[in-house]
Design a protein. Structure first.
Length: 214
């Protein structure tokens, strides 16, 4: 299939591109400063904050799916929600499936399903609350959108560059922990989960993953 990745040069986006390209998919890498094209990858210069440019890039290339991986530091909730709505609008018009790589804050806390991770200091210290809140607002944007075919993938509490093991455990709306009690996954294995979901779509709209020992 042809997969468009918005936020292609970020930690997650770059690894999704590598994973999808390695599986033989054609990848459109959308970012403000496009990287050089690897095999199966076409870089496209697009600012995710420019709805008209995003629309032109996606409408002109007609991908089968879009992966949205944008983030902003310092956090900009208005940008994140706006970019998400733009992609969902375009996807709804064109019949394109959207996978949003969001945040862990939108998940329920283990052992207390009434407490969002965004409001749980065990997982989200005060300095990260705004980031978690933005991710939650992003999920709400998906949930209230009419017409788009979307899935929201929440990483675990800790996401960082690491090793591609190809092993992870999948869940739905509740934060997962691995065998050592930590809630974590490498960006490489998160990318594996992203492309797995595109290759074999599930039925859930909100999913999460966590590292699993082989």
């Amino acid at each position: 299939m042809t997969i468009a990745v918005v936020g292609a040069t970020g930690m997650v986006g770059s690894r999704v591109i590598a994973e999808a390209g390695a599986r033989g998919h054609q990848v459109l890498a959308l970012s403000r400063k496009p990287a050089s094209g690897a095999p199966n990858v076409t870089p496209i210069a697009v600012d995710a904050n420019d709805p008209a440019a995003v629309r032109e890039a996606l409408a002109g290339s007609a991908p089968n799916a879009v992966v949205l991986t944008v983030r902003s530091f310092p956090v900009d909730q208005e940008f994140l929600v706006g970019a998400t709505r733009t992609v969902l609008d375009i996807a709804a018009e064109s019949g394109i499936r959207v996978l949003v790589v969001g945040g862990a804050g939108a998940l329920r806390s283990p052992g207390d399903h009434d407490l969002l991770v965004a409001d749980n200091p065990v997982y989200v210290p005060a300095e990260w609350k705004a980031v978690a809140a933005a991710g939650t607002a992003q999920l709400r944007t998906c949930q209230t959108h009419e017409g788009a075919d979307w899935v929201y993938l929440s990483p675990p509490a800790l996401l960082a560059p690491g090793e591609r093991t190809g092993h992870y455990r999948r869940g739905t709306d509740t934060l997962l922990t691995s065998g050592d009690g930590r809630s974590w996954i490498s960006a490489e294995d998160l990318a594996v989960a992203v492309v797995d979901e595109l290759d074999t779509p599930g039925h859930e709209r909100l999913i999460t993953v966590v590292h699993r020992d082989s």
